[in-house]
Design a protein around this ligand. Sequence first.
Ligand code: SF4
Length: 118
Amino acid sequence: METVKLICIGCPMGCDLSVDIDNGVPVSVTGNTCPIGKKYAEEEVTAPKRTVTSTALSEDGVPVPVKTAGTVPKSAIFAVVGDIKAARPTLPVKIGDVIVKDAAGCGVSVVATKDVSG
Ligand code: SF4
């Protein structure tokens, strides 16, 4: 049995989590104040995911702040950032516009987080 200590990133409370793992399988989570912490801990020790925030450059070279519309596997972050860097959105861009569809084949889009007119 292995125990992993984590800090929950589900909200600003930052609960200290402890996950007992048996043969790669999380068997108990303690320290969480709500179910989000349990889900986060179980996912973090088996298949960690993150929301990616970055900046794409429009075809005119204007920075467009973006983020993934959902979480992507941690192992795919560099590929997602590569797709963002390769994108060249045409201005104007509205908040929520899709900048990259299916980033790195993860099934998650990258969207603008701000209106940018140039
Ligand atoms: S366990 Fe719940 S209350 Fe605690 S940090 Fe995570 S989301 Fe917030």
